[in-house]
Design a protein around this ligand. Structure first.
Ligand SMILES: CC1=C(CCC(=O)O)c2cc3nc(cc4[nH]c(cc5[nH]c(cc1n2)c(C)c5CCC(=O)O)c(CCC(=O)O)c4C)C(CCC(=O)O)=C3C
Ligand SMILES: [Fe+2]
Length: 384
């Protein structure tokens, strides 16, 4: 990484961008160590882990996530270059190489003083927000770079949760419109114009859902707010109303623990029982094709739909679609303006308004009111 000593004006005070993701295995030998990293101390039943391992082996032990992140990094580099902005991007993951530690060491070696952080999760909850921020604090601590009051050798500022940013919404609308056109080509225009739109996201425990309200609105409410906007804009483009609903995938944890429902497969069964015959699945909970999309949707949910005699198409993820990538760069510039103390516009679709950055104290805990005592960066205080 080469780093200019004077940051480009639009991104001042940042001298680097950290693209921060989940990580995934690249080959069969990676699968078990990856799952160990993900589940360390989480109490996920062995049977569930074996089952999830099989999902990965079914795809040759390789998740699409790393290549997707590299493609996003390249697209962000192109967009920054097109705007004449010199801002080097470093990529790191919580659960697989290049690890958070590799990325932070790369930033340190390059002499970065303050980096803007883009997390590859659009929504606020423990899993999509605080868990990443805790990982940054713990890793800086491991490197001996976390001071007692939260002072760090590299200051890290995470951009706001961007589920309701217009660029994310626009890219999802485009992907869903494309899916309706694909359904029309596959099953006929009548089937397509009657098709339900089912938005899908990662399920989380109800306790995590409850705790997510501190960021502005709960995890499920964030999805519902965006989904209403996307469905309306899709309807406007297709020229007819689009009935929509939200479903969940990828539940784990013990059966005794309630997670958000309905599961997408159960929902499809209920819809078929109601005489519905065609559906578009839109994975708005994921910004790119993860294993959850490749397995839970493309393998499992599409098989369920076929079994039920329903015509189904899975819409694309926002991935490297131009409005999404441009929106992320806009979010970086917005966060830079906040860091400089400038007046800044924070565009948002729907009814919830832009979520704050830095995060609200106490946002996105694993459980309501529970202070894990684990420090988390990018907030107004280190341990809140
Ligand atoms: C909300 C959310 C996102 C979206 C936000 C974000 O993107 O960060 C997400 C992303 C991802 N989750 C992923 C993989 C896994 N998640 C697991 C477990 C869990 N996820 C949870 C939630 C979420 N997860 C939760 C509450 C658990 C239970 C344990 C815990 O409380 O933390 C497990 C353990 C086995 C299992 O139980 O499934 C695996 C293997 C991958 C990589 C996929 C690939 O390789 O392509 C990605 C992108
Ligand atoms: Fe997950």
């Amino acid at each position: 990484m080469s780093m200019s000593t004077v940051p480009a004006p639009a991104v001042r005070p940042y001298d680097a961008l950290l693209l921060f993701s989940f990580g995934g295995p690249n080959k069969p030998e990676d699968v078990v160590p990856f799952l160990r990293n993900v589940t360390a101390g989480k109490g996920i039943p062995d049977a569930r882990l074996e089952e999830v391992g099989e999902h990965y082996y079914g795809f040759g032990g390789k998740s699409p996530i790393n290549e997707q992140n590299l493609a996003l990094k390249a697209a962000l580099e192109d967009e920054l270059a097109a705007r004449g902005i010199d801002l080097p991007i470093v990529w790191g993951n919580r659960n697989w190489a290049p690890y958070t530690k590799d990325a932070l060491e790369e930033l340190k070696a390059a002499g970065a003083q303050r980096a803007v952080v883009l997390v590859t999760s659009a929504y606020s909850s423990y899993s999509g927000c605080r868990q990443y921020r805790e990982n940054l604090a713990l890793t800086l601590d491991e490197l001996g770079d976390l001071g007692p009051e939260g002072s760090t050798s590299v200051q890290l500022d995470k951009v706001r949760s961007y589920f309701n940013h217009p660029g994310f919404a626009r890219a999802n609308v485009d992907a869903v419109v494309d899916a309706y056109r694909a359904l029309a080509a596959k099953a006929g225009t009548e089937a397509a114009s009657a098709a339900d739109l089912v938005f899908v996201t990662h399920s989380i425990p109800e306790t995590m859902e409850a705790a997510s309200v501190v960021s502005g609105a709960t995890y499920s409410s964030q999805h519902l707010d965006l989904a209403a906007v996307v469905a309306e804009q899709v309807g406007a483009e297709l020229g007819h109303e689009v009935p929509w609903t939200l479903a969940y995938c990828s539940r784990s944890g013990p059966p005794s623990q309630p997670w958000l429902e309905p599961d997408v497969n159960d929902l499809l069964r209920d819809m078929a029982a109601d005489g519905r015959t065609s559906v578009v699945l839109s994975p708005i909970g994921f910004i790119s094709d993860h294993m959850e999309v490749a397995y839970d949707l493309d393998t499992e949910a599409l098989a369920t739909a076929a079994e039920l005699g329903m015509s189904a198409v899975r819409a694309g993820t926002v991935s490297t679609r131009a409005p999404f990538v441009a929106g992320l760069v806009d979010l970086v510039l917005e966060r830079a303006a906040i860091a400089r103390g400038d007046d800044v516009e924070q565009p948002a679709v729907g009814t919830l308004g832009a979520f704050p950055s830095p995060c609200r104290p106490g946002c996105c805990r694993r459980r309501d009111g529970e202070d894990s005592g684990v420090p988390a960066l990018c907030s107004t205080g280190l341990t809140t």
